[in-house]
Design a protein around this ligand. Structure first.
Ligand SMILES: Cc1cc2nc3c(=O)[nH]c(=O)nc-3n(C[C@H](O)[C@H](O)[C@H](O)COP(=O)(O)OP(=O)(O)OC[C@H]3O[C@@H](n4cnc5c(N)ncnc54)[C@H](O)[C@@H]3O)c2cc1C
Length: 475
């Protein structure tokens, strides 16, 4: 039986545990975090200490690519999530209120999402993985390096833990996330390592969770899974969660010292109240806060792939955030993690021998899975950060050439044009390649017509007004 070690027991590691156990592998997950998972979803929200997964307490949109894969390939997990209170969301039945034509389309069946806190999602995944025959999870095991065959073809043969023990394996999957040290572990043995390309996502996040007091939405859901917008100096979105919870997250420039005061609960609340679509959700009769304000900075768009001439090392398969991270505002990380891991399991089913061919095929899969989304994120973030910096500095950018489409203008057009809306949503849900959206002639034309002369449907306060609101709330 193939012995598979998985480094990291979060989203990617747990999905890998389930998928590789289905291949008949004997799976051991090594998770550095020693804390036991709580029993219930509300305990997980309040008490689960996961210092190595700081995004655990930030809002997550569970997009269609990942949601559909869970439904089709891991239906037990999907059902367990719904049983734990996750909402099933059909975006085709929750089109923005600003669209005139809401006629259903056959492809809408694919536009499914789950509304869930990240803690709920991860807790259920862990419970399901631990129930699976052939899977074990060892908490408090930090991997510090790899072991490599000392004779025969070069191959990874296991891991070295923090306290110097070695654990042997036939296959090692690196699911240790955005801070993976995998490339350094390969370098220590003089082996080929993937090349890292990284750009700052130029965004800092602030998130607070709430529990709704009623069952009905208290405001328009222009995003189906929630409500919000992307404006000229910040973004703010409300995400529906499980069990009548919801989260509100803001993204600002990391060097926006004025809005950084949102770390304070009073300032955060004042900004929510000033932001269109979000304000009704924090009215005293609508909800109660159930968390402090969490902040997260230092976010990158990063990609680690082997160069064309490099020989990927057999027996070592990095997955998900250990290969690629994209700005969380695009809400893709979990979908891409699930797609990558399940794609890798299919590849290993076809090519079970951990040899050079398997390693080369896996390297190709990583490139196909992540590169288009990485490039899209870098392009969009550069344009968005340029606009935000200009607004913060009180400047106005010259208008873009008419043939250049940005995510912002497409999103604006999607509020009133249902064809643009469907194409944009399919891209946001990681179902269609992003390049196709911006290059499509029909979309270009429709976007131009939709945004020409019409004011944005939900304008946010301008810079000076919001700064004033923040200063007053900060006292
Ligand atoms: C603020 C924020 C918001 C986000 N919002 C969304 C969203 O809305 N939608 C979405 O799809 N994605 C979102 N993401 C991305 C998503 O969180 C990640 O893509 C996802 O968590 C990746 O899962 P992973 O298992 O690869 O890594 P992680 O979840 O980071 O897990 C890595 C695991 O490896 C363990 N580990 C690390 N090093 C070692 C070691 N040496 N030995 C043993 N164990 C180790 C860690 O303890 C951890 O458990 C967001 C990310 C951030 C930062």
């Amino acid at each position: 039986m193939t012995r598979t070690l998985i480094i990291g027991g979060s989203v990617a590691g747990l999905v890998a545990a389930l998928a590789f156990a289905d291949l008949g592998h004997d799976v051991t997950v090594l998770e550095r975090d020693a804390n036991e998972a709580p029993d219930t979803v509300d305990q997980a929200h309040g008490d689960w200490q996961r210092p190595t997964v700081p995004q655990l307490h930030h809002s997550h949109a569970f997009g269609s690519l990942g949601t559909n894969l869970l439904r089709d390939r891991l239906p037990g997990v999907y059902q367990a999530l719904v049983a734990a209170g996750a909402r099933e969301i059909e975006l085709g039945k929750a089109m923005p209120p600003t669209l005139a034509d809401k006629t259903p389309h056959p492809d809408d069946a694919e536009l499914r999402m789950l509304g869930s806190r990240r803690t709920t999602f991860e807790l259920v995944l862990r419970q399901e993985a631990l129930r699976k025959p052939g899977v074990s999870l060892r908490r408090g095991e930090t991997v510090r390096g790899l072991t490599v065959a000392d004779r025969g073809p070069t191959r990874v043969t296991g891991v070295v833990t923090k306290d110097g023990r070695t654990i042997e394996a036939d296959l090692v999957i690196d699911a240790s996330g955005r801070r993976s040290q995998g490339h350094e572990w390969l370098r220590e043995h003089g082996l080929a390592e993937p090349e890292l390309v990284a750009h700052s996502a130029d965004i800092t996040y602030y998130t607070r969770y709430y529990r709704a007091l009623g069952q009905r939405p208290v405001g328009p859901l222009n995003r189906g899974f929630g409500a919000g917008g992307l404006w000229d100096h910040y973004t703010g979105v409300m995400f529906l969660g499980d069990n009548n919870t919801f989260a509100i997250s803001f993204g600002i420039l990391p060097d926006d010292t004025e809005l950084k005061q949102m770390r304070s609960e009073d300032v955060f609340t004042a900004v929510v109240r000033a932001t269109p679509l979000l304000a009704p959700w924090v009215a005293p009769e609508a909800s109660v806060p159930i968390s402090p304000v969490h902040a997260m900075a230092g976010l990158d768009n990063s990609l680690k792939l082997y160069g064309q001439d490099a020989q990927p090392v057999p027996g070592f398969l990095p997955v998900a955030d250990a290969v690629c991270t994209t700005n969380p505002a695009f809400g893709r990380g979990v979908s891409l993690a699930i797609a990558h891991v399940l794609g890798l399991a299919d590849l290993v089913r076809e090519h079970p021998e951990p040899d050079a061919e398997q390693a080369a095929l896996a390297a190709g899969l990583a490139g196909r899975t992540f590169r288009p989304w990485f490039e899209d994120a870098v392009r969009n973030d550069a344009g968005r950060a340029r606009l935000w910096r200009a607004t913060v500095a009180g400047q106005q950018l010259p208008p873009l050439p008419p043939d250049v489409l940005t995510f912002g203008t497409v999103a604006e057009a999607a509020a009133t044009d249902e064809v643009v809306w469907r194409r944009l949503v399919r891209t946001m849900m990681s179902l269609d390649n992003p390049a196709g959206l911006y290059e499509d002639e029909e979309i270009r034309l429709r976007v131009k017509q939709a945004v020409a002369g019409s004011p944005p449907p939900f304008p946010a306060p301008d810079r000076a007004t919001l700064v004033d609101i923040v200063r007053r709330a900060a006292g």
